[in-house]
Design a protein around this ligand. Structure first.
Ligand code: AMP
Ligand code: MN
Ligand code: MN
Ligand code: MN
Length: 277
């Protein structure tokens, strides 16, 4: 059976390894089909593709676009994109453009909460100055010993009602899906189990996604609990969606689930890659 990982981050967004090193890490884990899906960025694709080819791994060009939907953040992965598509490139640049000002505001709030210097501290973890992420702040707060891991950071800081939360408007769902589809790609709702929507809002998201031409959701992801694999396999079956699978890898040791522990897709769903090879 093919080992498929269609969701990974490099240091072009909020991962820690360069794209080539993520490719090598995936290959060492036995991955046969691999996508790099950096947040709002395709700058790592060329290097990732070259390294994947060297390693004998099938490569899928991807991206994970930050979207504001119903006043909340939703992530839409695009798979099999043409990363040279100009509308996609422009759209991603626009989506990234507010990040620096947001980061300065996050730092100002942290300073007010007694943690000075967080902008400069976070920047030391940033390889791509266009993409300062909350993850970079989380790593810095861990370095300071204020928290012992990123999930503790996101419980105590950077999220609604906590110091360092700065609401932000990302792309709209229809923009993100338009860019992905315009670049020949397949839009995928990333880790649907991570959003805090009730059943009605979640159903509205799936309906709108489908109306906009979407037909794939992540079912098995490092960002889901094992219970959620079954829940979203059932959602996929009910909506007639294809299913995707990926680690959501960011850094060795930071993963909630290592690749080897991530189970295959349940046999009740059709993998998004069913007709790729
Ligand atoms: P941003 O795009 O700057 O809002 O940062 C979002 C990123 O923060 C996500 O892609 C994750 O990598 C990370 N993140 C969000 N929530 C958590 C969490 N509870 N635990 C660990 N990482 C998280
Ligand atoms: Mn991330
Ligand atoms: Mn995500
Ligand atoms: Mn991700």
């Amino acid at each position: 059976m093919l080992k498929v990982d269609l969701h990974c981050h490099s240091n072009v967004s909020d991962g820690v390894l360069a794209p080539e090193a993520v490719a090598a890490y995936a290959r060492k884990d036995g991955v046969d089909v691999w996508a790099l899906t950096d947040h709002d960025e395709v700058g790592g694709i060329a290097a990732a593709r070259a390294k994947a080819n060297d390693l004998g791994m099938r490569f899928v060009a991807g991206v994970e676009i930050s979207v504001t939907w119903a006043n909340d953040t939703v992530h839409i992965v695009g798979l099999q994109i043409d990363e040279t598509n100009q509308d996609l490139i422009n759209g991603l640049a626009a989506t990234r453009s507010g990040r620096e000002a947001r980061a300065r505001e996050i730092a100002a709030q942290l300073a007010a909460a007694g943690i000075p210097g967080a902008y400069e501290g976070a920047l030391r973890y940033v390889a791509n100055p266009d993409l300062v992420s909350r993850t970079h702040f989380a790593r810095y707060l861990c370095e300071l010993g204020i928290c012992s891991n990123n999930s503790e950071v996101f419980r105590k800081f950077l999220t609604e009602g906590k110091p360092g939360y700065v609401p932000h408007r990302w792309a709209s769902l229809s923009e993100a899906m338009g860019w992905i589809r315009g670049a020949g790609g397949i839009p995928v709702i990333a880790h649907p189990g991570r959003y805090k929507f009730g059943a009605t809002a979640e159903g509205a998201l799936f309906d709108e996604f489908r109306q906009l031409g979407g037909n794939t959701i992540e079912v098995v992801t490092g960002s889901h609990t094992p219970d959620q694999y079954g829940i979203y396999a059932e959602v996929a079956r009910r909506y007639g969606f294809l299913a995707s699978r990926g680690t959501d890898f960011h850094a060795p040791g930071e993963a909630r689930v290592e690749f080897a522990q991530l189970p295959p897709l349940p046999s009740s769903v059709t993998p998004v890659w069913h007709d790729w090879f």
